[in-house]
Design a protein. Structure first.
Length: 419
């Protein structure tokens, strides 16, 4: 069934549509590439548009996420959505027998994939952050969709469908908290936290090959690569089979390891970032007349995904500078999911300048005030490492020289340890 027809059918006639879905064939890869991976782009892309170009404002204040930070978080957000569908399907399947149902991993995946359709479409409200709450309300309809389909798909008694659905939703909420916590370990950005999904302004759509593209009036564009998506789905299916075999064997340690492999397989990275101690050595003791006042290095790993970072602060009277280097080694494979070409921006307003441009294989984002009171510069290196500089009473030209002095080529050449 065509994508649009399936969306209309599951939203408008769920009780009639679930038996049709139950009778269909398919596998994990086809469900993800033909349905989930396309619709899951809606909340991620809309959020990117809403927070990067539209921005959040109130009481005379406004905030927009920097373009590069927004792009990274858009991709991570998209990844997390796919992870949640996969994890929720595992939960549905694991609970089937408890509520008198029959375990079937493919049916469980179908239930979740089609059941969360309303949530995917509700993500369009992220275009305007002030309306994002409407997206949450749309998600409530997904609970109803799962409720109407759980007895059909998992063959449980209809009188247990309500309790089954309630337990699945609660487990899903807990799982989402864990996954978001994992994301906080590996998402580049100030404070290392997952701030949300960013912005940009543009049209999105699925092309004949399933591509999802963001196009902005300033020329910025990002394209999700369907080939990378298909490869990721294949890794997910293989890792899922290993996890199912481990569960059947009763080996809890093997099952836990397999769960980590699922996350790592979806991320597509090497799983091992550059050591934080090595990143720390790249931060100088001084920057011009600014002396280093503090330095730290950290790393984290959970469920197959890992990251490392090093940060140093510098000061001289009223002038302050922060340098940071972040490697999300466990997410390195996600670079194949976005096309960084044609990313350009050059605009000015109220004494503030913002630019996005390519420098060879690197993508550079600059944002500064002409009076030199505040400046920021972020460079996404060719190997996926993110280098950031932020200064107070430090002009943009000084930041450029500072980053050049870090020997970016050497950082770009650093090798990640093999698994």
């Amino acid at each position: 069934m065509a994508l649009i027809e399936r969306v209309q059918a599951i939203l408008l006639k769920p009780r009639e549509t679930w038996p049709v879905i139950a009778a269909e064939g398919g596998d994990t890869a086809s469900i993800f590439t033909g349905y989930v991976m396309i619709l899951a782009a809606i909340p991620a892309v809309a959020g990117f548009i809403g927070l990067t170009l539209v921005g959040v404002g109130g009481f005379g204040l406004s905030y927009r996420l920097p373009i590069l930070a927004g792009l990274v978080q858009m991709i991570v957000s998209y990844l997390l959505t796919l992870v949640m569908v996969f994890v929720l399907a595992l939960i549905v399947n694991a609970l089937a027998a408890t509520f008198g149902g029959t375990k079937d991993s493919l049916r469980a995946l179908k239930l979740v994939a089609y059941g969360v359709t309303a949530s995917f479409l509700g993500g369009i409200f992220n275009l305007i952050p002030a309306l994002a709450l409407l997206g949450v309300l749309a998600s409530l309809y997904s609970i109803y969709l799962i409720y109407t389909g759980i007895a059909v798909m998992m063959r449980c008694p209809p009188d247990k469908a309500g309790a089954y659905t309630a337990v699945v939703i609660v487990c899903g909420i807990v799982a989402s908290i864990v996954i978001i916590g994992v994301a906080a370990l590996v998402t580049p950005g100030r404070g290392g936290s997952l701030t949300g999904i960013a912005t940009g302004m543009g049209a999105t759509g699925a092309g004949p090959a399933g591509n999802v593209t963001i196009k902005a009036p300033d020329g910025t564009s990002v394209t999700i690569n369907p080939g990378a998506m298909a490869e990721m789905a294949k890794r997910m299916e293989e890792a899922g089979k290993r996890m199912e075999q481990a569960q059947k064997s009763g080996d809890s340690a093997a099952a836990g390891k397999a769960a980590g492999e699922v996350m790592g397989a979806i991320a597509g990275g090497s799983g091992t970032p550059i050591a934080s101690a090595d990143l720390k050595t790249m931060l100088p003791e001084s920057v011009g007349e600014l002396k280093r006042t503090g330095i730290e290095a950290s790393s984290g790993q959970a469920m197959g995904i890992s990251g490392s970072s090093a940060k140093a602060t510098y000061a001289d009277g009223e002038r302050n500078l922060t340098l940071s280097i972040t490697d999300t080694g466990g997410l390195a494979g996600l670079a194949a999911m976005a096309g960084w070409a044609n990313m350009t921006m050059d605009k000015e307003s109220d004494g503030k300048v913002e630019k996005v441009y390519k420098d060879g294989a690197r993508t550079v984002h600059e944002e500064y005030r002409k009076d030199g009171s505040q400046s920021e510069m972020t460079v996404l290196l060719g190997n996926g490492v993110v280098v950031e500089a932020e200064g107070s009473r430090v002009d943009a030209e000084t930041l450029k020289k500072t980053l050049a002095g870090l020997d970016l080529a050497r950082i770009e050449a650093m090798k990640r340890p093999a698994k």
